[in-house]
Write a protein that binds this ligand. Structure first.
Ligand code: GYE
Length: 328
């Protein structure tokens, strides 16, 4: 797009034909980079903050035009958006890929059009990693391993079985696969650990509440639940609501709830003790994405992966003041 826009704009400014009602000094910022963004949706607190981070960096004042498309959790919408960006001759494409497979064909089209694709948040599975220029996001397997290590420490002295209710995020997303695989391998390794069930909460509170309620109400006997592994905060809130409505206690004296994202809402539940462990997942990747684009604009080659640095929180680590100063 800038290939078309900049010369026209320069010509207009040289010819002094800035719009009459705006003297040159007030004319719109010069747009030198046009960016197409295909976002997964708005399913969670993480996702909303992730979008805000991108929008807050790539502003017109900073010289960017953002073409933003919300895929509403459908890969076909993301593929259509990428094709639209190619037609619009954007300079860069930011893709928050819903799922891990099915991208090669459309990313081949972007590559053929000479448009660099930067993966944001999740990653894809492909034989040809030249189809994307760089990735900024979390190491979800590492996150899962941190949660598993905490479970091992917490239940090390447990006298009997460790019964785990596993509520997965949107299936076949790299976030769900990384977090789930770490737990599933640990359950296979620990003789005393077992899954009471593996439910699918789709990273949302409503879906998690629905499937957890259905599961609890369909058990012939009241399940003896020791831990609930929730793959994001929206999932944890839905599970806790369903459990508490049936008289379960979530906390150090009851069910140990593990969650991911560490949004303010999740940290509130952790401070209260209802969530026993929060594994942070940082959505504020806009500045790092801009750094990559600046590297590319200079004609340099960025690294392939930029992983966010993340922390773990337990109730003992938190204060009201700490949570209130968090940006999300
Ligand atoms: O944990 C969840 C969002 O891809 C890391 O997707 C992201 C996950 C995040 O819906 O809240």
């Amino acid at each position: 797009m800038k290939k078309l826009l900049a010369p026209l704009l320069a010509l207009c400014l040289l010819a002094g034909c800035a719009p009459a009602h705006h003297p040159p000094e007030e004319s719109a910022a010069i747009i030198h980079t046009v960016i197409g963004v295909s976002q997964v949706g708005a399913e969670s607190g993480f996702r909303v903050t992730n979008t805000e981070s991108i929008r807050s960096v790539f502003t017109e004042e900073a010289g960017y035009r953002l073409l933003f498309e919300d895929a509403r959790q459908k890969q076909e919408n993301q593929i259509a958006a990428i094709r639209k960006f190619i037609q619009q001759q954007v300079d860069y494409i930011l893709l928050m890929p819903l799922c891990v497979t099915g991208w090669d064909s459309v990313l081949q089209e972007a590559k053929a059009a000479g448009i660099p694709v930067i993966l944001v948040d999740r990653v894809i599975e492909t034989e040809d990693d030249s189809l994307y220029t760089a990735h900024v996001g979390s190491d979800f397997r590492w996150e899962g391993e941190q949660a598993v290590a905490w479970l091992e420490e917490t239940f090390r002295e447990a006298p009997g079985p460790v019964n785990i209710l596993h509520i997965r995020g949107t299936l076949d997303t790299s976030a769900q696969l990384g977090r789930s695989n770490a737990l599933e391998e640990a359950v296979a390794q620990h003789e005393s650990w077992s899954f009471l069930a593996q439910l699918d909460g789709d990273f949302t509170q409503a879906k998690t509440y629905e499937v957890t309620t259905q599961w609890l109400d369909n058990q012939p006997q009241r399940p003896d639940i020791h831990a609930v592994y929730c793959e994001n905060d929206n999932t944890a809130l839905g599970a806790i609501q369903a459990l508490e409505e049936r008289g379960y206690l979530c906390g150090p004296e009851g069910i140990r709830v593990i969650s991911f994202d560490a949004t303010r809402q999740g940290l509130d539940y952790c401070l209260e003790g209802k969530i026993s462990l929060e594994v942070e997942c940082d959505p504020l990747v806009g500045p790092q994405v801009e750094k990559i684009i600046q590297i590319l604009e200079r004609g340099d080659v960025p690294d392939k992966h930029y992983y966010t640095r993340e922390r773990l929180f337990t109730p003992e680590d938190l204060t009201r003041e700490f949570i209130d100063q968090r940006p999300y």
